[in-house]
Design a protein around this ligand. Structure first.
Ligand SMILES: [Zn+2]
Length: 333
């Protein structure tokens, strides 16, 4: 089996070897830096077996895909910690997001700041345990039974929504197992600095008719210094929040009577807006642009032609029916 490292080096490696051992054969040290690997462009676990000629590349924290594996494994660690501290909490889903991760749990009440401290302490303990993360494949009926036995109804619902005959993968670490496509870090000990940030309510599948879930946000980085820098950046963002600054400087306000997100510009805010608009207009004119104005609403047909209706209908305002007095026709815009 010919395995090529991304830099062009090739080695003949017996079939069935793991991706991790192939990377070692190229002289790469499998320390905490190597999180997973790409095989022919697909992200996989280091423990996955190589069965045919392939190009391999290590996945590190410096790539978006590497960070996703890292944060995704971090959210499994948080979920394990929640299940250890609050065994009646039910698992739902927990993705990696930009700069961190979250997990939604069905629990009888919102998690308090004291709960988060306990969960974070337990997660750090799980990291210290350096539990190997193991992938297993299950048939759909076996996967349903597995999560039914564990009284994880949301996982059962997710599995039932998957195609028949599809192989389902689960990942285990210690006593904790979660439904997941992967890939993951080789052990829980591969996570360096770990921090839970805040909680929020979220509906199952984003639908307000469904149960309200308890979401926990967190983040993780290879080193404490990187985590500290990120937390400092979050503080700076909070300090500059337009809702805070706008109120403190008497620039804008938002009123419940008018509606959330609908901004009232006070004289000072309106002055800033005017200056910016004038600057923007002058720059365009100086650079040879001409100005045009178009309406904010248009006939539905226009949004059909543009493709908006097909792709973004649920994010668009519903069409209005407008009376055209001159002809008596009704026009849907
Ligand atoms: Zn996962």
């Amino acid at each position: 089996m010919k395995i090529t490292l991304k830099d062009g080096n090739s080695l003949d490696i017996p079939a069935g070897q793991t991706v991790g051992s192939a990377l070692s054969a190229f002289g790469l040290k499998l320390g905490p830096d190597i999180l997973a690997a790409k095989v022919n462009g697909r992200a996989v676990d280091l423990s996955s077996a190589l069965t045919e000629d392939a190009e391999v590349a290590p996945l590190l924290f410096d790539s978006a895909e590497g960070r996703e594996v890292y944060r995704h494994s971090s959210t499994h660690i948080m979920a394990q910690a929640v299940k250890e501290v609050f065994p009646t909490a039910k698992l739902t889903i927990g993705p990696a997001i930009a700069d961190g991760f979250f997990y939604d749990f069905d629990y009888e009440r919102p998690f308090t700041p004291e709960d988060l401290e306990k969960i974070e302490a337990r997660a750090k303990d799980i990291i210290k345990r350096a539990l190997p993360v193991k992938r297993a494949e299950l048939s759909k009926p076996d996967a349903v039974k597995f999560f039914q036995d564990r009284e994880e109804a949301y996982k059962v619902e997710l599995i039932q929504g998957l195609a028949e005959g599809q192989t389902i993968t689960v990942y285990g670490q210690g006593e904790f197992t979660d439904l997941c496509r992967g890939p993951h870090l080789p052990t829980t000990g591969h996570v360096g600095a770990f921090k839970l940030l805040n909680t929020a309510g979220a509906y199952w599948r984003g639908d307000e008719r469904n149960p309200m879930l308890q979401r926990i946000y967190g983040t993780s980085f290879p080193t404490q210094a990187e985590l500290d820098a990120h937390l400092a950046r979050l503080e700076e963002i909070k300090r500059r929040d337009h809702r805070k600054v706008g109120k403190e400087l008497d620039l804008i306000s938002i009123s419940d009577e008018i509606g959330p997100g609908l901004v009232l510009w006070h004289p000072k805010g309106a002055t800033i807006r005017l200056l910016i608009e004038n600057f923007w207009r002058d720059q365009h004119i100086q650079n040879g642009y001409e100005l045009v104005y178009s309406p904010h609403v248009a006939k539905l047909d226009l949004w059909k032609t543009s493709g908006h209706v097909d792709y973004y209908r649920e994010n668009m305002f519903a069409p209005m029916t407008v009376e055209i007095r001159r002809t008596g026709n009704r026009l849907s815009v």
